[in-house]
Design a protein around this ligand. Structure first.
Ligand code: SF4
Length: 585
């Protein structure tokens, strides 16, 4: 169906013409929303497709068809938020309380708990729990609320995933004396960089019980003997480990609720009387109350977990074996994403250059199959400008030998010293910091006088300063790093890049190991998702190099493990059309 007008100006945009493919993308999305009745459209659109304008046009065309006036856009980076504001002058960014100072007057009795070094932010302001003592919660109020109300009234509001997960929970807000429905529950949700949405929502749903709060409330946690034996790993790496029993923790949390509610009530009374009499100690009383209330909220949420086998509980101990914190985390986004975010919208547009394996992402986020569709768009950049070469030099793992790594370093040296690469900067993705350190040392011998560099402990650069040096240096620098497979947008800077090691997530991390071992109705869902995430990280890394239509540069994958990952995972057509096995002539 044709929905998109011939010119962006017809939709009120300031740009004169559409980029290649934008009209088609907009029509495809609207056809799914309007004609096919889908609630969830996932758009896989590589760099250069102009996703910001596509999302904005979809919103305006839905409004034109009386299918929704306003949208909420979720992004991860300030850079993307600014890009939306540049494209759409009436888009409004709203940021969390921690980014704004509380503007209570200097002599306000309510400015407790602050000094000149630690100014009071809106995060710790009295209005978090109640009204603003100086009545500044409205549209003409303090800085935090001014931007909040501008965003609430803007047709397109932009915020990050964590903040959205918080503000969307409340069904109503107060506008002066009037109660209004939550202004951020809208017709259209745009989940940008949707490959990060799953982890962001899981993170937002995490509960933390702090050791200090438990000790102050005199609460003993379940003993270590309540842990249960669990078998994890594949046929060759199977092992039995002790894991926390979620049902035990749920019963434990339920038993704590009543006494803790009484404590919170007592602390609230203490704070009230100290604050009313402006007595010393009000600050500490308020802190104690906030911590106890936060503990009560977390224990209440823990007691309500309905699907214990899909949650993971971890104890973080101090060096002298005391409890620093207990974290309670959903294994998968499907346990929380719908209630936290998606159910508050009529339609959801998920967008990314690298959305991952669409069917697995759909399941991970709990999106119903019959309401979901995936649309993939081709790259508008010429394939000969962005070749991806698979050159299997060695299969790298923790058992790899020095000789394996030597061969990898030699191959990187060969690539770096090609005549066409000698004067261009190179980026080497190492998979881990330890691998980066090892490669920097080995590469000395193979770079014909050029020096590779890395960052972090043992290096003269931090991550940020290494990137600054790489970006601004006049020399053809070679950066070896595990940190920039995603989020790097440096048009014309990177001349060539190498994926030295396929970046499998570490199975030493408990949640990664538990996810990988997870079976869904007997199907190896976790293992599939693990491979798919690895493949997607490689696709993301390959996308770092060519960032503009006339930008050029090859990517070389040297780790032989890529072969099996490629066979098992979904890869977008724009990646595959530039992909070839490399042979040295
Ligand atoms: S509403 Fe009042 S208490 Fe809250 S952050 Fe603004 S000035 Fe501070």
């Amino acid at each position: 169906m044709k929905y998109c007008p011939d010119s962006p100006k017809d939709l009120g945009f300031t740009v004169d013409s559409w980029w290649t493919g934008q009209q088609e993308s907009i029509d495809l999305i609207l056809t799914e929303f309007i004609n096919n009745g889908k609630k969830y459209v996932m758009l896989g659109a590589p760099t250069g497709c102009g996703k910001t304008l596509i999302a904005s046009a979809v919103q305006r065309l839905l409004a034109k068809h009386a299918l929704g006036r306003a949208s909420l856009v979720l992004t991860h980076t300030i850079g993307l938020q600014k890009q939306y504001q540049k494209t759409l002058v009436d888009a409004a960014v709203v940021t969390g309380r921690g980014n704004h100072l509380c503007e209570l007057s200097e002599d306000s009795d309510y400015r407790i708990g602050t000094d000149s070094k630690n100014p009071l932010t809106a995060e710790d302001a009295p209005c978090v729990e109640g009204p603003c003592p100086e009545d500044m919660k409205g549209p003409g109020g303090c800085g935090y609320y001014r931007q909040w109300w501008i965003a609430a009234r803007s047709p397109m509001t932009i915020m990050n995933y964590a903040y959205a997960a918080r503000v969307l929970q409340q069904p109503y807000y107060k506008d002066g004396e009037t109660t209004i429905p939550n202004p951020f529950r809208r017709d259209l949700l745009v989940a940008d960089e949707c490959h990060l949405a799953h982890d962001a929502l899981v993170q937002a749903a995490n509960l933390t019980l702090w050791g200090g709060s438990l000790a102050r409330a005199n609460i003993q946690i379940p003993s270590l003997v309540t842990r249960v034996e669990t078998t994890e790993g594949g046929p060759r790496s199977q092992k039995t480990v002790l894991r926390e029993s979620v049902p035990v923790w749920i019963d434990w949390a339920t038993a704590q609720l009543q006494p803790l509610r009484r404590q919170v009530g007592d602390l609230a009374q203490q704070f009230d009387s100290l604050a009313r009499s402006k007595a010393r100690g009000a600050v500490e009383a308020r802190t104690r109350l906030k911590r106890a209330q936060s503990l009560l909220d977390s224990l209440t949420a823990l007691s309500k977990i309905a699907n214990p086998n899909e949650w993971i509980i971890r104890r973080d101990l101090t060096f002298d074996k005391k409890i620093r914190s207990i974290t309670i985390e959903p294994l998968w986004g499907w346990s929380v994403a719908g209630d936290m975010v998606f159910k508050h919208f009529q339609r959801v547009l998920l967008m990314s250059a690298t959305p991952g394996t669409p069917e697995l992402e759909r399941i991970k986020l709990g999106l119903p199959k019959d309401e979901f569709v995936y649309i993939e768009r081709p790259s508008t950049f010429k394939r000969e400008n962005r070749p991806v070469y698979f050159w299997p030099i060695a299969k790298l793992s923790y058992t790899s030998t020095d000789a394996d790594w030597e061969r990898i370093a030699k191959a990187i040296g060969w690539i770096a010293t090609r005549p066409e690469h000698l004067q261009r900067k190179g980026l080497v993705h190492s998979g881990s910091k330890a691998n980066a350190d090892r490669l920097v040392k080995l590469l000395d011998r193979y770079l014909g006088g050029r020096r590779a560099f890395s960052h972090g402990d043992g290096h003269s650069h931090s991550r940020e300063s290494a990137l600054e040096e790489f970006t601004t240096s006049d020399e053809p620098r070679i950066l070896v790093t595990a940190s920039f497979t995603t989020g790097l947008d440096l048009p014309y800077i990177i001349g060539w890049q190498v994926i030295a090691k396929v970046p499998f997530a570490s199975l030493g991390d408990e949640i990664t190991a538990r996810r990988k071992a997870f079976k869904l109705n007997g199907y190896d869902f976790g293992a599939k998702a693990y491979t798919a995430d690895t493949a997607n990280t490689v696709v993301q890394a390959a996308g770092r190099i060519v960032r503009a239509p006339d930008d050029t540069g090859p990517t070389y994958i040297l780790d032989g493990n890529w072969e099996i990952v490629k066979q098992q995972a979904y890869l977008p057509a724009w990646f595959l059309d530039a992909y070839q096995v490399f042979r040295v002539e």
